[in-house]
Design a protein around this ligand. Structure first.
Ligand code: ADP
Ligand code: MG
Length: 731
């Protein structure tokens, strides 16, 4: 075995780890302990400041300077009590990570002493040097400044002695350079539009919040093996590796118990997360070996997005303590499942009602149907945007592959709700007035929805957007993605749809003098008819669906560059501008950034692949080949010509096969390098992404295929990379 592979496996096998003992503290004892949340705020803030901060959180009211000073000083007191020495603005730039720049509270005085200081202006605004974050050309170099601004709706928290303040990140000229800014605007647009529609049903509704419950999938791999795989450590996925004899076909991992070492890790990161107020609740094995999932209780979407970003960070840090690496890549291993991040989404009112949950009365259910049907209509109109929202180099491996929802967007609602919509469509007469009997009949049926849903066991795992009883589950989101991207799109399209709905219903009530219920029925009926193409109850993984979707006129953007184009299509620009979520300039900048990110990812993969193939794999194969050649020479010496032919046949074939594969690999690597050079010369970001997608990436398959074949031919003793069976089945 090659030294590096040998050492990695040896260190893994000889590694002891602390068995998990019983938990000492109750979760409720430490939950939220490191968050400047409700409890800390009440304890540390004056009543007046508390009220003003609440108003800022609920209604977006601006916080005045003196209040900010008060908040800052109590935050500092609270944080110092917990041992914090530094503070940072914490934000989510468009490179997909989170960013922070720590400053000490400490301030030297002229007499040589020092004090701890943290003012309202420190809290409200900071100017990190923004030039190293992607801006898509929004910032010219001479105005390289961007600034971060406090988001009071997401509470501050402490990590590793630093007080972290969630902020937005914008350019000096006010354009969004992050995920949070447009997310907050999209949530605001949804709030306004949904409250207006709720007024038809309940005058007490003054606020609607989008809710998000994500489910995070991930792989774990031992640190030593990770380091012995340059592809994993540089690209987050394995570029080579033959499938092991046993993969996930027995599905025994899903039902198996969680390995002890993994369990210890889970408990550790969960405890850290819970202290940060992330309401993490479930954990389990996934289908693929070494794949796991965790999920929290759902929260208001902005907070849930922050919590997911924070969780990924915590998980990565804690993994190191356990000598693991956590892989968030969408497809770390070929041939077994990839990882996603289901986004469960709904809307809830200040009156405590989930708008996607049917209620006990027909009126409540008409409200449910209104939001339910409008969501489907929004999805139908803007399906391409939902596809664009989940586009990334990593997710391209997953979408359309056998275990993941396809790149075609559709909605699954189950047979019972399908029947309800069919009935609505059938019974509401176009344009005309319904008799009181007809109306009563319809309402009676609508009243039965909750009973139907109670025994709704319909589950369709293959749909990218499935209704699951009281929420929609957007399943096509990638495991490494920032959920904000999906949340920006879904909340904006539903906001837009609800505004259109409101204006259509108002028109029918005004011009045609229809009563409210009938006006609502009329519009919903039309939406049901118009959006039928987006509803699909069958097997989303089948080839049949690809053909069927094409007939229905649904797009199937298989690759990221073409999926991203939708962001700068006229309809998309108009939509985001009208809802005041993103301007044309911001949209174009984001489009460019995403194309660049895509190109860079494929470029890095291509470089790593070339290096590994030419400098690691091929030399190993040649070493083995020369051993074979020596052996064959020996056979020739000791055997007669006739006997030699018999004795050396298989080895001669091996020698030729190795030559053949090595030749293909080296030629492909050379051609790939040429393709890369040509791609690098292109100055247009879209053309470059295309070149990487269609000219560079296709070589990956040929190179990998031949390398993986060599893995099966070459002596296991000298193979240079840890194998799939070693990475996936030892822990
Ligand atoms: P499953 O979908 O596996 O049946 P659950 O119904 O518990 O499991 O939901 C899975 C996820 O959906 C959890 O993260 C949960 O917090 C979230 N969820 C449940 N209700 C809502 C809601 N109203 N809005 C957003 N997310 C929700
Ligand atoms: Mg789920």
């Amino acid at each position: 075995m090659s030294t590096i592979r040998f050492k990695a496996i040896e260190s893994l096998i000889n590694r002891g780890y602390e068995p998990v003992g019983p938990a000492i503290e109750k979760i409720s004892d430490y939950y939220g302990k490191h968050v400047f949340g409700e409890q800390a705020i009440q304890e540390y803030l004056s009543r007046e400041a508390y009220e003003k901060v609440k108003a800022a959180i609920v209604h977006g009211v601006q916080i005045e300077r003196d209040i900010a000073d008060q908040v800052a000083s109590s935050m500092k007191a609270w944080a110092m009590n917990l041992g914090a020495t530094h503070f940072t603005h914490w934000f989510q730039p468009l490179n997909g990570a989170t960013a922070e720049k720590h400053d000490a509270f400490f301030e030297p005085l002229s007499d040589g002493r020092a004090i701890e200081s943290f003012s309202g202006s420190n809290l409200i605004q900071q100017e990190p040097d923004a030039s190293s974050f992607p801006s898509g050309g929004i910032r010219n170099t001479f105005e390289a400044r961007g600034y971060t601004a406090w988001d009071p709706s997401s509470p501050a928290f402490i990590i590793g002695g630093t007080l972290c303040i969630p902020t937005i990140f914008v350019s000096y000229t006010g354009e969004a350079l992050d995920f949070k800014t447009p997310l907050l605007k999209a949530l605001h647009a949804l709030d306004n539009a949904a409250v207006a529609v709720c007024q038809y049903f309940d005058k007490n509704v003054t606020k609607v919040t989008a809710t998000l419950g994500w489910e995070q999938e991930y792989f774990l791999i031992d640190e030593a093996l990770y380091h012995a795989r340059p592809d994993l450590s540089l690209t987050g996925r394995t570029l080579f590796g033959h499938s092991p004899a046993k993969g996930q076909q027995l599905e025994d991992h899903y039902f198996g118990s969680i390995p002890e070492r993994v369990n210890a890790y889970m408990r550790d990161f969960e405890m850290e997360s819970l202290k940060l107020g992330i309401p993490i609740r479930t954990r389990h094995n996934e289908v693929a070996p070494n794949q796991f999932e965790c999920a929290p209780i759902f929260e208001e979407a902005n907070l849930a997005v922050d919590h997911n970003q924070l969780l990924m960070d915590v998980m990565s840090k804690v993994a190191r303590r356990h000598r693991f690496r956590v892989l968030f890549h969408e497809k770390p291993f070929a041939g077994i499942n990839g990882s996603g991040k289901h986004n469960n989404w709904s809307m809830s009112t200040n009156t405590g009602k989930n708008l996607l949950s049917p209620g006990k009365t027909p009126k409540n259910n008409l409200q449910f149907l209104t939001f339910f049907i409008n969501t489907i209509k929004a999805l139908h109109t803007h399906a391409d945007l939902m596809r664009a929202a989940i586009a990334s180099a990593g997710n391209d491996h997953r979408l359309g592959a056998n275990e993941a929802p396809p790149a075609i967007i559709s909605a699954f609602i189950g047979s019972q709700l399908t029947a309800v919509l069919d009935e609505l469509e059938r019974k509401v007469k176009p344009g005309g007035k319904m008799t009181p009997d007809e109306k009563t009949d319809l309402k009676l049926n609508i009243g039965k929805i909750p009973q139907i849903l109670l025994d709704n066991t319909d589950r369709n795992r293959t749909s990218p957007f499935a209704f699951t009883g009281n929420k929609f589950e957007f399943r096509a989101v990638g495991s490494s993605a920032n959920c904000a991207q999906a949340m920006i799109v879904i909340n904006t399209i539903v906001a837009q749809q609800l505004r259109e709905f409101k204006s259509e219903v108002d028109q029918l009530m005004g011009k045609k003098k229809l009563d409210k219920d009938e006006a609502i029925f009329q519009v919903l009926k039309r939406y049901i008819t118009e959006s039928k193409a987006i509803r699909f109850e069958g097997n989303g993984y089948g080839d049949e669906w690809v053909k069927e979707a094409k007939k229905r006129g649904l797009n199937n953007f298989a690759k990221t560059p073409e999926a991203l184009d939708v962001f700068v299509r006229k309809d998309a620009l108009k939509l985001f501008e009208e809802n005041e979520v993103l301007t044309h300039r911001e949209m174009e900048a984001r489009y460019e950034i995403q194309l660049e990110m895509y190109t860079k990812k494929i470029q890095i993969e291509s470089r790593v692949m070339g290096d590994l193939a030419a400098n690691h794999i091929v030399p190993t194969a040649l070493k083995y080949q020369s051993e074979l050649i020596n052996n064959v020479k020996g056979l020739k010496e000791i055997f007669s010509a006739a006997e030699f032919k018999k004795a050396a046949g298989a080895q001669l074939a091996l020698i030729s096969e190795i030559s053949e594969r090595v030749n293909i690999i080296l030629a492909s690597v050379n051609d790939m390098i040429e393709a890369r050079k040509a791609a690098n010369k292109l100055s247009d970001a879209r053309k470059q992404a295309d070149a990487y997608c269609y000219k560079v990436q296709p070589f990956f398959e040929t190179i990998r295929y031949n390398v993986d074949k060599l893995e099966l031919l070459v002596d296991d003793e000298i193979w240079c990379l840890p194998k799939y069976r070693e990475m996936l089945f030892i822990n």
